[in-house]
Design a protein around this ligand. Structure first.
Ligand SMILES: *Cc1c(COP(=O)(O)O)cnc(C)c1O
Length: 478
C-alpha cells in the first residue's frame, strides 16, 4: 500500500483554522527553521482511509482468536477504558497540589491494597512502566536489602532455564551475575542443581511461575526454602498471574517480592508498545526501600511520602497512572468472586484446547497445564518438513493470530498457546479444528504450507533484515 508521503499532493490539507485574531508574535530568527517541515499534505478523508487501510492489515483481539503465549492477549472490558477516560483522571497534571488530586491518590492507594491482598505482599510501587522494568526494580530492592545489612558478597541471582527471557536480562542490568539452573524432566526446577548453585554469594532467585512451559512448579515451597536457607531472597515473576490470581499468593509461598503486568492480567490492552505498568509488591522488610514517592494515608488525607531508605525514582512521577485506573476498575468489577473465576477460566480453556490437540500434536510435557501449553513440532518437521513457522503462518489464513513460536528455547520447534479466559468454547473448538486441518494438510501438501499464508497482505518478510535494519525514515530521494 502507498505511504502517506506517496499520497501527498502539494497544497492539500485538512486545517480548518480561522484567521489569526490576536497579535502575531515573532521569534528570534535563530529559533526559526529555515525550511518548512516536509509533512505529507492530504485531505482528511484520505488520511482517514489511509489509517483504516493500515488497521485492516493488522490482527487485534477484536479481529479474532489471539493465543500468543506468555502475553495474555485477552479481551479487556470496555468499561475499564471508560473509567480511565474520565476527564477527572485525564486532565490532571502530575505537579498539581495533592489536595486537588485526592481521588487520583485514592485510586493508587486502593489498587495497592487490593493487589497486595492478591499477591500476599505488604507494600507496592506503581512506578515501573512494564514487566521487565518491574523486575529491575525488584532486583534493586534485593540489592538494597543485602547492602543495608552490610552483606556485599551476594552478587549472584539464580534463574531457572524455564524463566521468561527478561529475567536474566534484568538481573544483568541490575549488576548481578546470573546463574542458570536446569529444569527437571517434569519441566520444574531441578532441586539438586538448585542446592548446588546456592551459597554465600546468592543474592536471590527469580522464579517465573507458572513458568514458560505453562507449568506450576510443584516444589515451589522447597525452592523458596532452599534460597532462604542460603540467605537469599525470592523474587516472583508474576506476569503470569492470570493463571493463579485468587487461588494462591506468592507471599504465602515464600516470595519476598513480585511484579505484576497490569497490561496482561489487569485489563490494559497491549501489543502495540504501551503504555504498560509493572507494579512491584514486597514484604514489609523491603518496603522501606521502595521507590518514592509512595501514596500513604495520613489523618484521613492521601499524601505522597518517601519510604525511609528509598531507592529513589525509577521513572518520572507515579508511573502510568491511567493503567492503574483500568486495573482498579477491573478489580472492582470482578471482585472477590470474579478474580479466581477469571484465572480458573484461563486454566480451563488452556487445558480444554490442549486436550483436543494432544492426540495429534506432541505436547512438550505430558501433564495438566496452567494458562498456556507448549507443543513441540519436532516430529512433524522431521516427518514432513513442515515447521512450527509453517503452521503458525497458515493459521493466519484462518483469521487466527499465531501462538508464540520457537519459545521457550528449551523446547524445539515450539508453539506456545495461551487461549485466555475470555474465549468461548465455540472459539476454542474452531481453533482446534483449524489446528487439526493444518496437520492433515501437512501430511498431504507440505509444499503449500511452506508458502503460507496465502491470503495476507504480507506473507514471509525477511524478519532478520526487518529487525536489524528497519527503514524508519521516508527517503525523499535527495
Ligand atoms: C511479558 C512477561 C514479562 C515482561 O513484561 P514486559 O511488560 O513485556 O516487560 C516478564 N515475565 C513474564 C513471565 C512475562 O510473560
Amino acid at each position: 500500500m502507498k505511504l502517506l508521503f506517496e499520497r501527498s499532493r502539494a497544497g492539500r490539507g485538512s486545517d480548518l483554522l480561522p484567521a489569526c485574531d490576536v497579535p502575531v508574535v515573532t521569534y528570534d530568527q535563530g529559533l526559526l527553521r529555515a525550511e518548512a517541515p516536509r509533512l505529507p499534505e492530504m485531505a482528511e478523508v484520505d488520511l482517514s482511509r489511509h489509517y483504516t487501510e493500515l488497521a485492516k492489515q493488522t490482527h487485534g483481539v477484536n479481529d479474532g482468536f489471539y493465543p500468543l503465549g506468555s502475553c495474555t492477549m485477552k479481551y479487556n472490558p470496555r468499561v475499564n477504558e471508560e473509567a480511565a477516560a474520565q476527564p477527572g483522571f485525564t486532565q490532571l497534571h502530575p505537579l498539581q497540589p495533592v489536595e486537588t488530586v485526592q481521588g487520583a491518590l485514592e485510586v493508587i492507594y486502593t489498587a495497592e491494597k487490593m493487589l497486595c491482598e492478591i499477591t500476599g505482599m505488604d507494600g507496592m510501587t506503581f512506578q515501573p512502566a512494564a514487566g521487565a522494568h518491574g523486575e529491575y526494580t525488584g532486583l534493586l530492592l534485593i540489592r538494597k536489602y543485602h547492602q543495608s545489612r552490610g552483606d556485599t558478597a551476594r552478587t549472584k541471582i539464580i534463574v531457572p532455564d524455564s524463566a521468561h527471557g527478561t529475567n536474566p536480562a534484568s538481573a544483568t542490568m541490575a549488576g548481578f551475575k546470573v546463574v542458570s539452573v536446569p529444569s527437571n524432566e517434569q519441566g520444574g526446577v531441578d532441586l539438586d542443581a538448585l542446592r548446588k548453585a546456592v551459597g554465600p554469594d546468592t543474592a536471590g532467585l527469580m522464579l517465573t511461575n507458572p513458568n514458560t512451559v505453562g507449568l506450576f512448579d510443584p516444589n515451589i515451597l522447597e525452592i523458596t526454602q532452599i534460597i532462604h536457607d542460603a540467605g537469599g531472597l525470592c523474587y516472583y515473576d508474576g506476569a503470569n498471574l492470570n493463571a493463579i490470581m485468587g487461588h494462591v499468593r506468592p507471599g504465602d509461598m515464600g516470595f519476598d517480592c513480585v511484579h505484576l503486568n497490569l497490561h496482561k492480567t489487569f485489563s490494559t490492552p497491549h501489543g502495540g508498545g504501551g503504555p504498560g505498568s509493572g507494579p512491584v509488591g514486597c514484604k514489609a522488610m523491603l518496603a522501606q526501600f521502595l521507590p518514592s514517592p509512595h501514596v500513604e494515608e495520613k489523618d484521613g488525607k492521601f499524601v505522597f511520602a518517601a519510604p525511609e531508605h528509598t531507592m529513589g525514582q525509577v521513572r518520572s512521577f507515579y508511573g502510568n497512572f491511567l493503567v492503574v485506573v483500568k486495573a482498579l476498575a477491573y478489580l472492582i468489577t470482578l471482585g472477590k468472586e470474579g478474580i479466581p473465576e477469571a484465572s480458573a477460566g484461563a486454566v480451563l480453556n488452556a487445558n480444554y484446547l490442549m486436550k483436543q490437540l494432544a492426540g495429534a500434536y506432541d505436547m512438550s510435557y505430558d501433564t495438566q497445564c496452567m494458562h498456556e501449553f507448549v507443543m513441540t513440532l519436532q516430529g512433524l518437521a522431521h516427518d514432513t518438513g513442515v515447521t512450527a513457522m509453517d503452521v503458525a503462518k497458515r493459521l493466519l489464513d484462518f483469521g487466527m493470530h499465531p501462538p508464540t513460536m520457537y519459545f521457550p528455547l528449551i523446547v524445539h520447534e515450539a508453539l506456545m498457546v495461551e487461549p485466555t479466559e475470555t474465549e468461548s468454547m465455540e472459539t476454542l473448538d474452531e481453533a482446534a479444528r483449524v489446528f487439526l486441518d493444518i496437520l492433515a494438510e501437512a501430511k498431504t501438501d507440505a509444499e503449500s504450507l511452506h508458502h503460507a499464508p496465502h491470503d495476507c497482505p504480507i506473507g514471509r518478510p525477511d524478519e532478520v533484515t526487518a529487525a536489524r535494519s528497519p527503514i524508519l525514515r521516508y527517503d525523499f530521494g535527495a
